[in-house]
Design a protein around this ligand. Sequence first.
Ligand code: AMP
Ligand code: ZN
Length: 470
Amino acid sequence: MPLRLYNTLGRTIEEFKPLVPGVVGFYGCGPTVYTYAHIGNLRAYVTHDILVRTLRNRGYTVQHVMNITDIGHLSGDSDSGEDKMLRSAAERGKTVLEVAELYTQAFFSDIERMNILRPGIVCKATEHIGDMIALIKRIEAGGYTYVAGGNLYFDISRFEHYGDLAMLRMKNLKAGARTDLDTNKRNPGDFVLWFTKSKFENQALVWDSPWGRGYPGWHIECSAMSMRYLGETFDIHAGGIDHVPVHHTNEIAQSEAATGKRPWVRYWVHNEFLVLDREKMSKSGGSFLTLQNLVDAGYDPLDYRYFLIGGHYRSQLQFSWDSLEGARNSRKSLVDRVRALGAEAVQPGAGSPALARLAAFHQALDDDLSTPRALAELWGLLRDGSAVSGEVLWTVLQMDTILGLNLRAAAEEAPEKDPESAAEIEGYIARRAEAKAAKDFALADSIRGELKEKGIILEDTKTGTMWRRG
Ligand code: AMP
Ligand code: ZN
């Protein structure tokens, strides 16, 4: 069965065929490093990771490129609001580059803890200004630009296919569907390619350009850097669903205007949002949760990875502490079962039930990356009494090359490091709850102390007593 992906361009599930046999050019929009990534952002990177791992598993060489936005991203995606980097630097009393370095390193640490493979090429916007200027010159030469109020704009009315990705109607855009305070724009959908007249006093980072000293708009960086590393047309571009109407729409317009080649990107993959209390979680929208917040609450980053892959990337996912707790318990049982296999991995022979499970697992992923079904196949394999332990272990490890739950480490960890099974610990917790109910606090405390000596830490929460290995 071929790999099939939902392509936002055209809104259908399509068979994936790369431009060059055996090789996939893949660009995923990376973070704007003005603060920590929030757990919603991490959903986007886990989606990219599952896609990359699935492609590699199929034998493709994947050229994975990700940008780091360290310049030019305003708080509104269509050139409105403040410069995110500048504001953050001012608030923290640091330079823009110091802020960028701090949060870039924090981002790498987050993705490593989530077992997300680092893209082969991670490129910073500030190190590719020359590529952006060269690309803007080509767009200008094609007659797609105008200068107003000191800035260089992309004129969307000159680009016939503007808005195809988002299925936008040009006449609606002209009617001013977006409210934009930038009165220099001929059309509210027009966007800045190069700012020469800084919107902000003391703009920290500026470069010389044919349009004057200034800095690039946000969208041009992704067009310039993706083409720099992947060529003028490439296979897959990914990002969160919020990028469809503005950022990716503008990237397409710029890139196709510059090269005259269509389609610039052949498959567009967009993940749905992680939502918290029924609202989009956004970095600029105030309160948000980081991976470190989850770790501080006693969770392993892989609990969160397990939680994410339990949902399909195109469905909205509601975050709650209860569901994260559920994911932690499921992952714990998974690890316990893998450890309990207690066998050397053995490649299954033809006709083995483990191989049938592996085939079903791959089929699920081939069907637009259905990680929930893939996970169900993993569980089915572990519960299948007819399969030989060594073969089960081999198959589990194969599956984990895509799921990325570090099950090999779990399997290799000696069982004696885990003296108490989850069921035994639950038994202690139940006895402690009974003691507390009977107001026998001395007994309750001694049960807690006994567990502590065994390396098990109890935490009383609103939803009951949770435990972790200390
Ligand atoms: P940013 O750092 O804001 O440029 O966002 C990085 C990536 O995270 C982009 O692909 C966004 O589309 C994506 N993203 C932002 N918020 C969420 C969310 N709540 N859930 C899932 N993806 C998100
Ligand atoms: Zn981008």
